[in-house]
Write a protein that binds this ligand. Sequence first.
Ligand code: MCA
Ligand code: AMP
Length: 455
Amino acid sequence: MLTALTGVFGDRGDAVSVAGRAASYEDLLGAAGAVAADLAGWGPVPAFAVTATASLETVAAVVGGLLAGVPCVPVPPDAGPVERDHILRDSGARLLEVDFARRAPAPGPVPSPGEDPALILYTSGTTGVPKGVVLSRAAIVADLDALAGAWEWGPGDVLVHGLPLFHVHGLVLGVLGALRTGSRLLHTGRPTPEAYAAAAAAGGSLFFGVPTVWSRIAAVPEAAAALSGARLLVSGSAALPTPVFRDLEHLTGHRVVERYGMTETLITVSGRAGGDVAPGTVGTALEGIATRVVAEAGAEIGELQVKGPTLFSGYLGRPDATAAAYTGDGWFRTGDIAAVDEEGVHRIVGRASTDMIKSGGYRIGAGEVENALLDHPRVREAAVVGVPDADLGERIVAFVVAEGVSGGELTDFVAARLSAHKRPREVRFIEAVPRNAMGKPQKRLLLEGEERHRP
Ligand code: MCA
Ligand code: AMP
């Protein structure tokens, strides 16, 4: 499954470079072999966890898990104790410490892609605690091969990004994609404009980023100009604003290719290398994927639903939630609102629920942040929303009913429990959360208030 590690593309000392440290495929395979040997020594475990810093250790852990056939649970390094404990308890995973200097022979070839689980990624729903999304080897391979076709991605590429290694974007596409296609990987540690420009100067050809990364690059014209020699710039995880697309076209000569997906479905829709790409569109369904838009009578937009070999195997231990994610006739309900034109080009218009927030490309369930706030003894009510933000797409704003506590204290309280990016950027104190006759919070009213706040 990780073709690059079999030597077919040759090897070099900087085949995989993460946050300033480089390794050859041979080094990586040796370190991953040591991980696999540790896992074999544990005896049967349902999964293992790794603190997924942006490092060669995380790459070795994930590859080692694939060699050993034990699913890997990458834990966000900044997850607070509440989130971390939940992930470890829910998955039953034991935490592994990786030493990249160790070497052991691989226990055998990387097993061929099957339905067995490779990764369990935790992701937020609209309410409650994050769920474990189980991804099989077969789903990952189907997705990477479809993307390699769409982007003409191969061993001649040098893939550059600086995304976190605990989500689909940075880990599945950004690490396993490089190891499957044989492209060198240059992970910049942090996705700053300067680091992307330096990576371009070092020969980077294929660049991945979330819209926040692209808009920060567009704001530094010298850094953007350095990307003109790249082959392909790809954006995903949230909507790329049209002005950013235009600025980058002007500064780099590239029309950024957008692609769309979810943790549960992997990437299902994308623009093509060398194809027509229009701003505000995310392209056509990838090879093997079927999509449909289920609209109310007379409407052109509706919920996007998908089917295909890249779909997840289910939410870990949650058959109820898995069943609820599908329609009666077997389509996965994305919860995204989309339109598709006669050519099959998709446009993502929004989300069905205000309770799913996308900030900096991170998916955040309003319910999880509300529950963290409600754990504070001074908080009586909390309603969390995503407010439009030029840098982050949406920023988290918490409306709370509380006395005797400051906004800063509440933000710190959330940060002590959950990952850093789940902290509210702003806390607003209100008299009461507006509710309908059924007692359900009316968050759109809070957002309407927000629109009125804007200049
Ligand atoms: C952040 N900071 C805060 C708060 N939030 N300080 C106070 N209160 C807060 N509420 C701090 C940060 O810790 C940081 O501090 C500083 O403010 C700047 O933060 P921020 O603006 O968030 O910038 P950043 O830390 O540079 O993050 C921007 C980012 C990041 C790099 C774009 O959001 C990111 O890596 N996003 C990628 C998410 C992703 O990979 N999603 C993929 C999901 P200090 O500077 O001290 O650290 S997978 C997926 O979606 C699918 C399948 C798909 O389609 O790809
Ligand atoms: P996650 O599970 O974290 O990968 O988040 C998936 C969600 O990200 C999707 O349901 C969409 O709402 C959003 N998303 C991903 N890619 C795009 C895109 N290109 N345009 C708009 N939204 C996107």
